[in-house]
Design a protein around this ligand. Structure first.
Ligand SMILES: Nc1ncnc2c1ncn2[C@@H]1O[C@H](COP(=O)(O)OP(=O)(O)OP(=O)(O)O)[C@@H](O)[C@H]1O
Length: 884
């Protein structure tokens, strides 16, 4: 760059111009084999990527900071930058440097940004999680009318939903988009909602959300006269979709990804689950944030990436529609019965590739021959599955999916004929078109290969002519073809007569290199033929791409069909292997589970060889259960397993139980062990109360509510009073189904007062002062909490446990003897002091015994066998009287 103080080189001028248009992104500026960054971008990127920061020239008298990443490794650096919250603008060289030189030695290679990489617009396989969607969402608010639209550009799936502002948080929790577009004037107002999510919020100007211009643009995109073809959309819905399309054009620089026609979601069709409930039930992410330990992880038996993504969506939004659920159930049930068919299908599905993502890359011009081979392999799988299911009587949804697999024979054949078995990643590398597919290409390749044959012949001829047997003809990118001999033959080669034929090109430490007129000619021929072949291959590539993209619609349908079949097989495999049952669902308010189990805890226990104790739950007569029981008995597990069984039933899966009858659950609320949210300035107790308020305000009579120890974060009587009032409210006002776990045994008196409340307890047995957990849920109440015993199991020092026992006894006695605070106070005053507790069994270091001392001083290696025997007698003699 050699920028002198005060002057700006043409290249720097170009850089600054491009950068000015992309202020909010790091600019990757392509220079040869590197993407370079300058100025503040370089400083920020060097720190984020932990790479060296250097200098290059000066600008306005200041050093220009610079750092760079090699193009071939750029993806992994991009991923790091995106994860750290950066956006990256990629400026490529738009012409060959030779072209630029033709315009004059000072002219700069044309460059411009070809793509803006943001968290919501990734398509590269290496930047994406195969089993999860990567959504870009847009929220639009037009007066009272609000909507959320979201798209996965790596698959083209686009959905939209009328969504009032209050529902935005829960929807973000359900969809977990990576990036949310909002109108710039709304960014601040939505901060309260968006701040808790791992999500980039991107403000867009108002025009991007224009609904009337948007409607026309969208209609043009899907080539329909009006959007009514896909449903009746509100203005807000159109505006949100329009913003997505505008942003995609902006980031993809005019190249739109494949976008499927929008799916309009009905708000009431999915079970409502808010963010706190999702977290506490660990539906798609475990508490720690990873996938391990989540429900999704425990039930995922899919074998394709599309199947895994479909399962993730289903678990994130279970259905409330009986028809939809029973259709899904029917597919699973069929495959549970048909072991052979299921295994055959799964074996075939393993050969399928990620068709959606391959298609999307091709549409964005980021695809290569390998994506085409992936499509070919997947068509092969589709054919196999068609043949496998031919003539079978399948349940309607499966039959429909199988129908969607056919109709691509011509494309399949085309790809079969055109592509080699294992093509390279990039089209520019060539050699991916199969021999025999294109005559002209075959001819060009023949010429090129012939040339190579001729060169092999020339090597023999030159070796004979010079008498240098080690003479070789080689090739590299700088010199092209050249003749090489070792330096020992230099003098001979450089003197007549050889110097007349062999033209010197280069001398290295050990070699001398030459060329000849004939070699040059042959090389030009090879190059021309090779270049021509490559040109022809590229043309074939474009033709194939055209054929594939022409079929993008039906191919997308095929991808979805494969995902559905995979998901049904996966759920069936799970149900079969883990002995799950088909739940009965209807419009009633039943919730009757026999021998239900917790799918995740059961799996964890199985690993250690323990078995899970199944438990019944019947919320029919008394819709609210008040569950008491000792710590560690299994209350939380029981609460969650019932919520998870409802979720599983409504995604169309079988459930871990002996039998289940469930009236559709419209919403689930779960508060299990709140934690501090200090970042938002809320204590544990405050979080719990905020979340409880949400439940009391929202739960309807179709809701399922599970509450674990509400009110424990404050003084006993405050907590008890709150828990008491909450239960009454759920019973009288919300009239929902629910399970309420508590350590306040006083509350069990409520069961006698309220018809709809029944008591249940998790049984334990006490044996020789120890608690044994039976994990059995029975009707009735627990007599005590066994907290002190459990504390001992946890390894609290014996002295503390002993002290706790004494205090507990005193408190319980006070409770029995009179309610007066004075009486209790007197009792507490009477408690023996901590120090007076009989010394607990925490031994200090004991003095060494005579035997130990004798042992310590002897040297075993120095003893003869006889001495050793004598020593044993001696030691025995040292034992204290009575212990010998
Ligand atoms: N039905 C069951 N069968 C076998 N093991 C179980 C069962 N339920 C729970 N457990 C085991 O007991 C452990 C404790 O369960 P859980 O956390 O549900 O107890 P809890 O009663 O809620 O305890 P606390 O009151 O201390 O929160 C679990 O981690 C699990 O290993």
């Amino acid at each position: 760059m050699n920028t002198q103080a005060g002057t700006v080189t043409p290249m720097m001028a170009q850089y600054l111009e491009i950068k000015a248009a992309h202020q909010d992104a790091l600019l990757f500026y392509r220079m040869g084999d590197f993407y370079e960054m300058f100025f503040d971008d370089a400083v920020a990127a060097a720190e984020a990527l932990d790479i060296a920061l250097t200098k290059r020239g000066k600008h306005m008298g200041q050093d220009i900071a610079m750092c760079g990443v090699p193009v071939h490794a750029a993806e992994s650096y991009l991923l790091t930058l995106i994860r750290k919250g950066f956006r990256v603008a990629i400026a490529e060289q738009l012409e060959d440097p030779a072209e630029a030189k033709k315009r004059g030695s000072k002219s700069v290679v044309k460059r411009d940004v070809v793509r803006l990489v943001t968290p919501g617009t990734l398509t590269e396989e290496s930047l994406l999680d195969a089993g999860r969607h990567n959504f870009l969402a847009a929220f639009s608010e037009l007066r009272e009318d609000c909507a959320l639209a979201w798209v996965d550009i790596s698959t083209g799936a686009l959905s939209v939903l009328g969504c009032e502002k209050l529902a935005l948080g829960p929807e973000l929790a359900r969809l977990t988009p990576r990036e949310l577009l909002v109108e710039d004037s709304m960014e601040q107002a939505l901060f309260e909602v968006t701040e808790g999510f791992d999500l980039a919020v991107t403000p867009l100007h108002r025009g991007a959300f224009d609904s009337s211009g948007g409607a026309k643009r969208l209609a043009a995109l899907w080539q329909v006269a009006s959007l009514d073809a896909f449903g009746a959309f509100s203005r807000a819905e159109i505006s949100a979709m329009a913003a997505l399309v505008e942003y995609l054009e902006l980031t993809q620089k005019g190249k739109l990804p494949l976008l499927r026609p929008p799916q309009q979601e009905a708000r009431m069709s999915a079970m409502r689950i808010d963010a706190a409930t999702r977290r506490s039930l660990e539906l798609t992410h475990a508490m720690g944030g990873g996938r391990d330990g989540s429900l999704l992880h425990a039930i995922d038996r899919t074998v394709t990436a599309g199947g895994a993504r479909l399962l993730e969506r289903r678990v994130a939004s279970p259905s409330c529609n009986l028809g939809t659920i029973s259709a899904r159930q029917a597919s699973v049930a069929h495959l549970v019965e048909e072991d052979r068919l299921r295994e055959d299908l799964r074996a075939r599905l393993r050969g399928a590739h990620d068709l959606d993502r391959a298609l999307s890359r091709l549409a964005l011009d980021r695809g290569g021959p390998r994506d085409m081979a992936a499509i070919r392999a997947t068509l092969e799988v589709a054919d196999d599955i068609g043949a496998l299911t031919e003539g079978r009587d399948l349940p309607a949804p499966l039959a429909e999916a199988v129908r969607d697999l056919s109709g691509h024979a011509a494309l399949h054949e085309l790809l079969d004929q055109a592509l080699v078995a294992e093509p390279p990643l990039l089209a520019r590398d060539g050699s991916f078109v199969a021999a025999g597919y294109d005559e002209e290409l075959d001819e060009a390749r023949r010429l090129r290969d012939e040339g190579r044959g001729v060169i092999a012949g020339m090597q023999a001829e030159y070796a004979a002519e010079t008498g240098i047997q080690s003479l070789k003809i080689k090739h590299n990118n700088v010199l092209g073809y050249f003749i090489e001999t070792t330096a020992t033959h230099a003098a001979k080669m450089l003197a007549p007569p050889h110097s007349e034929r062999f033209i010197h090109r280069q001398t290295t430490a050990n070699q001398v290199r030459f060329t000849t007129v004939e070699l040059n000619e042959i090389e030009t021929r090879i190059l021309n033929a090779g270049g021509h072949a490559l040109e022809l291959e590229k043309r074939v590539f474009d033709r194939l791409k055209g054929s594939i993209l022409d079929a993008a619609g039906p191919l997308g349908q095929l991808a979805r069909a494969l995902s559905k079949i995979d998901l049904a097989c996966g759920l069936a495999d799970l149900a079969r292997g883990a002995d799950w049952c088909r739940p009965r669902l209807d419009d009633s308010r039943a919730f009757h589970v026999e021998a239900g189990r917790h799918p995740v805890v059961e799996q964890a226990l199985r690993r250690t060889g323990e078995s899970f104790v199944g438990n019944d739950c019947d919320l029919g007569d008394a819709p609210l259960w008040l569950l008491t029981g000792p710590n560690m008995a299994g209350k939380s597990t029981f609460l969650r397993q019932n919520a998870l069984i409802a979720v599983l039933a409504q995604i169309g899966s079988f459930v871990p139980a002996a039998s289940a009858h469930i009236g559709i659950v419209s919403q689930i609320f779960s508060r299990v062990g709140a934690s501090d949210d200090l970042a938002r300035g809320r204590s544990t107790f405050m979080v719990e109360m905020v979340e409880t308020a949400a439940i009391l305000n929202q739960a309807d009579d179709r809701a399922l509510v599970i509450l674990d120890e509400i009110g424990r974060g404050t003084a006993t009587y405050d907590g008890l009073s709150i828990a008491w009032a909450v239960l009454e409210h759920l019973h009288e006002i919300n009239r929902c189904r629910g399970i309420f776990a508590t350590h306040y045994h006083e509350m069990t008196q409520l069961a006698a007062k309220l018809d709809g409340v029944a008591t249940a307890t998790v049984a334990v047995r006490e044996w020789q002062g120890e608690v044994i957990f039976l994990h059995e849920v029975r009707r009735g109440t627990a007599d005590r909490s066994y907290g002190v015993q459990v504390a001992r199991l946890a390894g609290l020092p014996a002295s503390v446990v002993e002290r706790a026992r004494v205090v507990l006894q005193a408190l319980e006695q006070g409770e029995r003897e009179g309610p007066g605070r004075g009486a209790r106070q007197a009792l507490i005053d009477d408690l023996p002091l901590f120090a007076a507790v009989p010394p607990a069994s925490e031994p200090g270091p004991a003095a060494a015994s005579a035997v130990e001392e004798r042992l310590r001083e002897l040297q075993p290696d120095e003893l003869s066998p006889r001495e050793a025997l004598e020593l044993i007698y001696e030691l025995r003699g040292l034992l204290p009287a009575g212990s010998a």
